[in-house]
Design a protein around this ligand. Structure first.
Ligand code: SAM
Ligand code: SF4
Length: 338
């Protein structure tokens, strides 16, 4: 008997939801200053979905028309046995039910997993790297060692994975390094995305406003040294891309605070406890864990997903200024995965 293909997920504003980002753990082996406090408290393990449950949830989204799946965290590669989940999800790529299975990682475990990722069907990964200076790297990540990350990135390259570097722009921290990042990525054949720091979660120290460096300023600085050619490359997400003529690589800008990208939003985010966020910048969420556990049949789950998508809001509302220096959204990026 062939199973009926369910109707795709379309939100009230006519946007098809085809991209699911899944935070497989809120835990991390680094403590980046803009992301977490050093003494972060994490979710009790009992609340976290098992790998089998994550697979069932992701697979239900694939049945509902999801074409792209991104695993993130916390640090996805520190979750025990996560490669089992990645291999299982890879079956959807191999069956052509999914265009892309990918992940965002801090790179600490790539030396170990790069080849396994490729075997599972992953072809591209995003690696977060804000600086090429070992001392700054340690200052930003608190616990990280740059050498290990660079080794992992080379392992990824050798395994055949395309690498995109994510770099959070931090005023007074890495603003003197952006030309070096563009040159290095150009030399290595990596695309590069700069990200504006976002007001999410209490990070325990320093004022967020002091770290905020608008990408309009960053882009103007890049243009003093590089020829940036407009590119029509779009991912349906917040990044806008240019091509650097001198290197041939793309540079993207994620500017949630200065540019409204919501009209083309095709994504939703799932946490490791089974909570679905329909918008990164809003508090509204739907619990999928209860319907998932209600029965082995996916009926309740699919109803809950549809009800959630029917509530996807039109857009978000981030603001950083001196009056509202606290987080606009109280959860950390490591909960929903960025
Ligand atoms: N641990 C993995 C990593 O670092 O790539 C995946 C999770 S991390 C939360 C995903 C991305 O969010 C990273 O590129 C990180 O730099 C970015 N990020 C974290 N906190 C942020 C913030 N407050 N504003 C902007 N980007 C942030
Ligand atoms: Fe961990 Fe990624 Fe957050 Fe850094 S940005 S603390 S690596 S989750």
């Amino acid at each position: 008997m062939t199973r009926e293909t369910p109707a795709p997920l379309i939100d009230p504003f006519g946007r098809a939801v085809k991209y699911l980002r899944v935070s497989v753990t809120d835990r991390c082996d680094l403590r980046c200053v803009y992301c977490m406090a050093e003494d972060m408290s994490f979710l009790p393990k009992a609340e976290v979905l098992t790998l089998e449950e994550l697979d069932r949830l992701c697979s239900a989204f694939v049945r509902l028309g999801t074409r792209k799946l991104r695993l993130t965290g916390g640090e996805p590669l520190v979750r025990r046995d996560v490669m089992q989940l990645i291999r299982r999800l890879g079956r959807h790529v191999k069956a052509d039910d999914l265009d892309e299975l990918t992940l965002t990682t801090n790179g600490t475990m790539l030396f170990k997993h790069a080849a396994g990722l490729f075997d599972a069907g992953v072809r591209r990964i995003n690696v977060s790297l804000d600086t090429l200076d070992p001392h700054k790297f340690q200052a930003i990540t608190r616990w990280g060692k740059l050498d290990k990350i660079l080794g992992g990135i080379q392992a990824a390259k050798e395994a055949g994975l395309a690498v995109k570097i994510n770099c959070v722009a931090l005023k007074g921290v890495n603003d003197d390094e952006i030309h070096r990042m563009v040159a290095w990525c150009g030399h290595e054949g990596f695309d590069l995305t700069f990200i504006e720091v976002m007001p999410m979660g209490d990070i325990g120290e320093g004022a967020r406003y002091d770290q905020y460096w608008p990408l309009t300023h960053l882009r103007a600085e890049l243009e003093t040294r590089w020829t940036l050619e407009d590119s029509d490359h779009r991912t349906g997400g917040p990044a806008r891309y240019v091509r650097v003529r001198e290197t041939g690589q793309r540079v993207g800008f994620i500017t949630p605070l200065t540019h409204n990208f919501c009209e083309s939003c095709n994504r939703v985010r799932l946490t490791c406890t089974g909570t679905l966020y329909m918008c990164l910048g809003q508090e509204d969420a739907a619990d999928l864990r209860a319907p998932l556990r209600m029965s082995d049949d996916d009926g309740h789950l699919i109803d809950a997903v549809r009800a959630a998508i029917a509530r996807k809001p039109k857009g978000h509302d981030f603001i950083i200024n001196r009056q509202t220096n606290g987080p606009a959204v109280s959860r950390h990026m490591s909960v929903t995965g960025g």
